[in-house]
Each structure stands twice: as structure tokens, then as C-alpha cells.
Design a protein around this ligand. Structure first.
Ligand SMILES: Nc1ncnc2c1ncn2[C@@H]1O[C@H](COP(=O)(O)OP(=O)(O)OP(=O)(O)O)[C@@H](O)[C@H]1O
Length: 850
């Protein structure tokens, strides 16, 4: 190769190699000092001689081996070093001499989608408003006790203030709020203000209102009888609801009897860490179809005891029998309902939606959806939730329905599945007297239907205490008393305890079993140990407690029962569909957070694009290909990884907090549903699938604005796909975070992790450097590296006719030409995060899912 003589190095600014041919090869001319400095800093200067080529300017193209320099024609754009113009996309502003293509098509799509979303939300809101109004009006006319009981209403009308009072007396009920709360309305009708005339037949002083549904049944037990006369319209309607409910139950159970009986003998639980047994020598019998209260001082072992009966507690010795048959209680899980102390319900769903989901997942597979809906509506009526069924449940911090109604929703979620035994943990705690009485009346009615209802209860008010059929009293993990509620006072009196006149039996008994017996027994043994020993001596076995217990169920009945259990629960794919729908609905109800995520995505895309605006898509300066290396400027290899770093950080900041919110705020719901037999995989996959639409939309907003302003070499579609997969990774990471942290720490930790995986992208230190530390595996396990590599590949490959990209690749340490592999790895990492999160969800708190 012959280098032309130095005389060729005269001044002149010419396009790329105008004089180059086989005999006149490009020449490196010693540059002027100013030009040298400019090149060392990555800049350019005019050619230093006629034989020294320069890059074709942006806005021009230089065909015929650079012999011509032609302005880019209208409708095309020409980047720096172009050999020919590139056609602009259909909708973009490309006048003559354009340097880049700022396509407006994606922006148009974003605007159309946003307009559609906003219109859809407005239409749904308006439609929802009218539908709920119509339904509520209809329901008020059909179901509401006040509406159905004009006599009652007129009688108390004079005593009620506010909406019930005044000039529109004939129309008062129609004017009630949709979200009106019966507990509040009825509660506002003070007992003193109430003219308790005989005409108010059915009015309950304890509830301070006219009971319906389960409550009415508890108070008037013969009402349930099919043959009972219809004494008035109210009772007829109540009776019909109850009959329908019972019909539903019979259909679900496939057995004549609803309740389960429990027998337990010598139960003992002594965890290694505990210095003393938590339960010891606990024996007894719980009849089917009765309402049981489990009482004891704090730490007496009440929760442990009911957990044993529900099959939730492992490490127990002793015998437990269900319906007279010994075995693993876990197999009855699908027909045992458990209502936890906290109302674990989904606040974004309505009362009906919460209960309906439970019914759809847990009722027998053979049930059609309209049958399930009917069952739920009947149940809502029986639970007196029909007038608030379309109200959101809300959270304790932002309540929509009252505490008592929320508790009934929680109970309803279990009843929807028609359990044969219902366990409750302090169902009246935190409720006012009216709401507590209402809950207890409901439980009583359920027990009268044949269900076995067992509730842990703490310091009950007299009326609640008296509503219990039987009691289990525990002290220091051992039995103090088991038997009818009416017999408990005489039992303690026989042991020498005095119950002061007019005292509350429950309070006195509570003091005695909490170790304050001396207050009521001046002489003799008044210790809890004394009570335990006496009970053990008098009742050496379970049989001695309940000599009249029923024989075990027959083989035929056992077969029916196992069939009933086997049929319970929708198939996993149907559960997945229900969970997917539910999660979409939740996101729709939390639309402000959804729109906020879109807004943040758009804003971060705009800002990062703005930061790249001046570079006009020129993100790389390399060493020219042979034989032009010597005239190369200083290289700039890190600008593309830098751009991908910004993209990664922006997506991390946009998606990590919503990701945590979607996956992390419902651990309690997941545990409750898993414990009730819902399919865990379906729940999780429903959540995963439901995030896809919001990821796509958030990414659309981000990528569109970013690409519009930054106009890099990578195509819109390739950038969109890589960014979407990065969103997928961040959501996956957020789901992992939500498994291991507290709810309030989740967003912060997720943001922190997204920063870490964003920074581990091979820009600095470069992957090449990291390789020398033998740490490439760490960088390769971060989605940031694969995103950067995808961007590096796609921005560099179009320039390989100009620059020696192999040198750039080696210098940075990325692999080139593997965009599909990079995207595949992002998909793999995002999926791996989800698998880890699911495994964590499944195995981290196994006891809570039992
Ligand atoms: N797995 C366990 N390992 C160690 N100790 C346990 C375990 N389970 C329960 N305990 C302890 O046993 C005691 C009884 O617990 P349990 O929750 O059954 O009582 P409780 O009567 O329901 O109390 P509270 O009314 O306060 O809820 C408590 O001191 C508790 O810390």
C-alpha cells in the first residue's frame, strides 16, 4: 500500500475520500495543532489535505464513494456519514436536509389509546352510576325492611331525624344514599326514642332494629321451618331467603346433615422452643350444629386449640376425630371455614364481588355461574348485606362500609363456600354493641341451620355470652370447663365461687379463669391449677364429658362426605381466570395509580429523550475501518450503554413501586385463600397475567417519547421490545421484594434494587474489566447488562460500514449481533424472578397457609 507524498497534504475540506482510488489511496496528513486537539477530544475538523477523507455531514449524503455531497431530499433523512438517504416514516416532519426521523406514528397511537382509556373510564363510571342507582332502587323496593314495613316505618318515623324525617315523608326511602349503612341508620334510632308498642312485632331491642335474614331466624327459630305460617310480608321474604340458602347448602353438601362434630382426646402440643406445653391433656367433644365459644385468658392456648381442630397445627399428639372418624383433619379443609380476626378482604372490590370470588373458586365444579350468582345473592340477603352489596368494602383506614358489615363480608366469604364447620377468631372484637350482637345472631342462626360454629371470644358482653350454646374454657393450655353455657355459673358456684348479684357471669368467670379467683372465693383453693386439676379428675376422658355423643357416621355417609369434598373447588385454570379478572378489576378500581404509572412512564421517557436531543441519534464514535484508522477521532464507546443505563433507571423508577403494590399488598389475602384451599399457582399467575396490559401501556408511553426525542439507531420496535422485557424484569423483581419485606418498606427496596440492576450494565466498570475479576456472572445475572447489550448491538450494527465495531465490542466486553439472545435473557430473568417470588410466597410462611 502506497501512501501519497506529503505534497498531497494541502488544505481543503472534502467529503469522504473524493480522490481515493487504487493509485490514490487516502492519506494521513499531519494535522494542525488545533485539529489534533479537536480530534483527541472526539471532535472533528476540516480535512488536512486533499487526500484526507472526512465523514459526510449529517443532513447530506455522499454517494459515489464520497465524491459527491448532496443535501438530503425532502421526505428522507441522512445521519452523519450517510452514503444514501433513508426514507422517513409515513407521519414525520422530514424537510430537505433532515438529520433524523422523528416519527409521529407512535405518538399518535399513544394519544388515541389515552383518549380511548379516558373515554372508557368516563363511560364506565357514568354507566356504573346509573346501574347501581337502578339496582339499589330496585333492591330498596324489594328487600329493605323499612321499605317493606310501612307500619314499622310510620311508627318510628316521628322519632327519626335527618333523611327519614320531613316534608317528603312519603318518599323518604328513595332518598337514601346508595352507600347508606344500616348499622348507622338503625343505631341512630335510640331505644329511648323508640315507641316500643306491640305493633313493633319483631323489633329486637338488643340489635335496636328490625332483624332480618339470619338474625331474624336466630331470634325466631320456628321461622326457618318450611311449614311455618307466613305471619307478615317481612317474615315471608326472610323465610324465602333462608329456604333458598338452605336449598343451596343441601345442593352443595349432597348430604342430609350440614355440621361436623369434633372429638378430641389427650391433645398435647409442646414446641421445642417453649418451656411448657401450649396444650396438654385437652379432651372433649363438640356437637354438630351448635354455637361454641372458646374462652380463656390471653395466652391460654385458645388459638392453638382451634388451629388443632381445623387441622392447621402440626406437631400435635393425641386423637382428633371428625364425625367420629379419626384421621388427618386437613382433608376436611375444603368444608371448614375460618374467619380470621382481621377482616382480610379486598378493599377495591365491592361486597358482592368479594363474596362472589370466594364462591366461584370454592363451590363445586359442577355449578353453573348463574347458580353461583344466585347463591351469593341469597347469602347477601341473609347476611343483610344486600343494600350495600355494590359498595366498595374499603379499608379500615378508608372505610366505605361499617366495621360490622366488613365482618359480615368476611363471614360471607366463608359461607359462600358452604362450610360444614365455621371457626372464627374473636369476631366481635372492635365492634360496637349493635354490630357485635348482629354478628352473634348470625352465627347462632347458622348453627341452627346445622353448621358447627366455633368462635374464640374474649371478654364477651352478657348478651353475646348468653347467645353461646356451649363453652370450652382453657387455662394454661388445659381444660377448665367444657359444657353448656347455662351450666357454667353453677359449675363454678359448686366449686365455692360466689357470683355477686347483678354481676356479668362472663366477667366473673373471665376473672376466675385468669387467676383472679380469690376475689370470688375467700377460702380454699382459688387457683387456675386447682380448676384444671378438678376438671381432669372429674372428666378423665372425652367419653365422660359427652356420654350421649352420636355414633360415627356410616360408610355410606362417609362416601357422600368424601365425594362432597372431592367436588369442591373450581379447576386450576378457571381459578386462574377468576384471579386474572379480579386483579384487572382491582387495577381498574385503582386507576389513579395506573394512570400515574403511565404518566411517570411518559415523563421519564420525555426527560431521557430530552437529555439525548442534541446528540441527534449520534451516540457512537469509533475507529474508522481500514485504511482510515489514523484519521479517527477519540472514541466514544460508552454513550450507548449510558443511554441504556438511563432507560433502565427510568423503567426501574416507573415500575418498581407499582410492581410492589400489585404483588405485595395482598400477602394476607393470599394466605387466607391458600389456607381455604384456593389454588396458589392460579392466584399468582392471575396476578402475573393481569400486569401485562399495564406494562405494555406504560412501556408504550415511555418508549414513544424517548424514541421521538433521542432518535437513536435502534428501531422503534426493537427498542419497544427490549424495554418491555425490562419492565417485565422490574415487575418480577418487585414481586420478589414484596415477598421478603414489610409492605411499607417494599417500594423503597424495589427502587433500590432496580437501581442496582440498572447500574450493573457493563458501562462502568466495563464488562471487559469485570471479566478480569471473574465476576461477569454477576453482571450477566442483571437485566441491565442484557438491555445495554441489546442497545449496543442495535445501535452499532448499522455503523459497521464506517467503524471498526469489533474493536468497540472488545473494549466494552459486550457480545454483538445477538439482539434476540439479549431479549431472550431478559425474558428468562423476568420469569426467574417470578418463579423465585412464587416459591417464596409458597414456602416462606407455610403455617399461615395451612
Ligand atoms: N408454635 C409455637 N411455638 C412456641 N410457642 C407458641 C407456639 N404457638 C403458640 N405459642 C405460645 O403459646 C401460647 C398460647 O398461644 P395462643 O395463641 O394459642 O393463645 P391465645 O389463648 O389464643 O392467646 P390470645 O388470646 O392472646 O390470642 C402463647 O404464649 C404463644 O406465644
Amino acid at each position: 500500500m502506497v501512501v501519497p507524498p506529503p505534497k498531497a497534504c494541502i488544505s481543503g475540506a472534502l467529503p469522504w475520500g473524493p480522490n481515493n482510488n487504487e493509485t490514490m489511496l487516502p492519506a494521513y496528513c499531519q494535522p494542525e495543532p488545533a485539529c489534533l486537539i479537536a480530534r483527541l477530544h472526539g471532535g472533528s475538523c476540516v480535512a488536512q489535505g486533499v487526500l484526507e477523507p472526512v465523514l459526510c455531514e449529517s443532513g447530506f449524503y455522499c454517494p459515489e464513494n464520497g465524491r459527491k455531497k448532496i443535501p438530503c431530499p425532502e421526505g428522507s433523512y441522512c445521519r452523519k456519514g450517510s452514503v444514501e438517504p433513508i426514507k422517513c416514516s409515513a407521519v414525520s416532519n422530514c424537510p430537505k436536509g433532515s438529520e433524523r426521523d422523528m416519527s409521529l406514528i407512535p405518538l399518535g397511537i399513544v394519544i388515541v389509546i389515552d383518549a380511548l382509556l379516558i373515554t372508557m373510564v368516563i363511560v364506565l363510571k357514568v354507566r356504573g352510576f346509573f346501574v347501581i342507582r337502578r339496582i339499589n332502587r330496585k333492591d330498596h323496593r324489594v328487600h329493605h325492611p323499612l321499605k317493606r314495613s310501612p307500619t314499622f316505618y310510620k311508627t318510628i318515623g316521628g322519632s327519626i331525624s335527618g333523611k327519614f324525617h320531613g316534608k317528603n315523608e312519603g318518599k323518604q326511602y328513595e332518598e337514601l344514599d346508595d352507600e347508606v349503612d344500616t348499622d348507622v341508620i338503625y343505631g341512630s334510632v335510640g331505644p329511648d326514642a323508640m315507641p316500643l308498642s306491640p305493633s313493633l312485632d319483631g323489633y329486637d331491642r338488643q340489635l335496636r332494629r328490625h332483624p332480618i335474614g339470619f338474625e331474624a331466624m336466630a331470634l325466631k327459630e320456628d321461622m326457618f321451618s318450611v311449614a311455618a305460617p307466613m305471619d307478615d310480608d317481612n317474615n315471608a321474604a326472610d323465610r324465602t331467603d333462608l329456604q333458598r340458602f338452605v336449598q343451596s347448602l343441601s345442593k352443595i353438601m349432597g348430604a342430609s346433615t350440614f355440621g361436623l362434630s369434633f372429638e378430641f382426646q389427650d391433645l398435647r402440643f409442646h414446641p421445642k422452643k417453649s418451656p411448657r406445653p401450649i396444650l396438654q391433656d385437652v379432651s372433649g367433644f363438640i356437637h354438630a350444629g351448635s354455637l361454641w365459644g372458646v374462652m380463656g385468658a390471653s395466652g391460654a392456648g385458645k388459638s392453638t386449640f382451634v388451629n388443632v381442630l381445623m387441622g392447621k397445627q402440626s406437631g400435635i399428639t393425641g386423637i382428633t376425630k371428625v364425625n367420629g372418624i379419626a384421621g388427618d383433619i386437613k382433608k376436611y379443609k375444603k368444608i371448614i371455614g375460618y374467619v380470621p380476626q382481621d377482616d382480610i378482604v379486598l378493599p377495591e372490590l365491592t361486597v358482592r364481588e368479594n363474596i362472589l370470588h370466594s364462591a366461584r373458586v370454592r363451590l363445586p365444579v359442577s355449578w353453573k355461574d348463574d347458580e353461583i350468582q344466585h347463591h351469593v345473592d341469597v347469602l347477601l340477603n341473609c347476611l343483610q348485606l344486600d343494600h350495600v352489596k355494590n359498595s366498595l368494602v374499603g379499608s379500615p383506614g378508608a372505610p366505605v362500609i361499617s366495621g360490622g358489615q366488613r365482618k359480615r363480608v368476611s363471614i360471607g366469604m366463608e359461607l359462600a363456600a358452604a362450610p360444614m364447620a365455621l371457626f372464627l377468631d374473636e369476631p366481635t372484637s372492635g365492634l360496637d354493641a349493635t354490630a357485635a350482637a348482629s354478628i352473634m345472631a348470625t352465627l347462632k342462626a347458622l348453627s341452627r341451620l346445622g353448621m358447627t360454629v366455633i368462635t374464640v371470644i374474649h371478654q364477651p358482653r352478657p348478651e353475646i355470652f348468653e347467645s353461646l350454646d356451649s363453652l370450652v374454657l382453657l387455662g394454661a393450655g388445659r381444660m377448665i370447663y367444657q359444657g353448656p353455657e347455662e351450666g357454667v355459673q353453677s359449675y363454678f358456684q359448686n366449686l365455692g365461687y360466689n357470683f355477686p348479684a347483678h354481676s356479668n357471669t362472663a366477667d366473673v368467670m373471665g376473672d376466675i379463669i385468669a387467676g383472679e379467683g380469690r376475689l370470688y372465693k375467700p377460702i380454699g383453693d382459688a387457683t387456675v391449677k386447682g380448676l384444671i386439676d378438678y376438671w381432669a379428675m372429674a372428666h378423665p376422658s372425652a367419653a365422660s364429658i359427652n356420654p350421649d355423643r352420636r355414633p360415627p357416621i356410616s360408610i355410606a355417609e362417609t362416601a357422600v362426605l368424601s365425594n362432597t369434598i372431592k367436588e369442591r373447588g373450581a379447576q386450576w385454570y378457571r381459578q386462574l381466570y377468576f384471579c386474572f379478572n379480579r386483579s384487572l378489576l382491582q387495577q381498574y378500581r385503582m386507576k389513579s395509580s395506573f394512570f400515574f404509572e403511565l404518566g411517570v412512564g411518559a415523563m421519564s421517557g420525555f426527560l431521557i429523550g430530552l437529555a439525548q436531543l442534541n446528540s441527534k441519534g449520534d451516540n457512537f464514535t469509533g475507529i474508522f475501518i481500514e485504511p482510515y484508522q489514523l484519521i479517527s477521532s477519540a472514541t466514544i464507546y460508552s454513550k450507548i450503554p449510558q443511554m441504556s443505563l438511563l432507560v433502565g433507571l427510568a423503567i426501574g423508577l416507573t415500575a418498581s413501586a407499582p410492581g410492589v403494590k400489585i404483588f405485595g399488598e395482598e400477602k394476607l389475602v393470599f394466605w387466607r385463600e391458600a389456607a381455604a384451599g384456593h389454588n396458589r399457582f392460579s392466584y399468582y399467575m392471575g396476578k402475573v397475567f393481569s400486569t401485562i396490559p399495564r406494562m405494555v401501556l406504560a412501556n408504550l408511553h415511555f418508549t414513544t417519547l424517548f424514541m421521538l426525542l433521542s432518535t437513536p439507531q435502534i428501531s422503534y420496535m426493537h427498542s419497544f421490545a427490549a424495554n418491555l422485557l425490562y419492565f417485565y424484569c422490574i415487575y418480577g423483581l418487585a414481586s420478589c421484594v414484596s415477598m421478603v419485606t414489610r409492605r411499607e418498606d417494599g417500594p423503597l427496596l424495589a427502587v433500590m434494587l432496580s437501581l442496582i440492576v440498572g447500574v450493573l450494565n457493563g458501562m462502568s466498570p466495563t464488562l471487559d474489566k469485570v471479566r478480569t475479576w471473574h465476576m461477569e456472572w454477576l453482571w450477566r445475572s442483571s437485566p441491565g447488562t442484557w438491555l445495554a447489550e441489546a442497545y449496543f448491538t442495535e445501535n452499532l450494527m448499522p455503523l459497521k460500514y464506517l467503524y471498526d465495531i469489533e474493536v468497540a465490542r472488545k473494549s466494552m466486553g459486550y457480545w454483538l449481533d445477538g439482539y434476540a439472545r439479549d431479549c431472550g435473557m431478559l425474558l428468562f430473568l423476568g420469569t426467574a424472578y417470578r418463579v423465585i417470588a412464587f416459591v417464596g410466597l409458597r414456602f416462606m410462611y407455610p403455617t399461615k397457609q395451612r
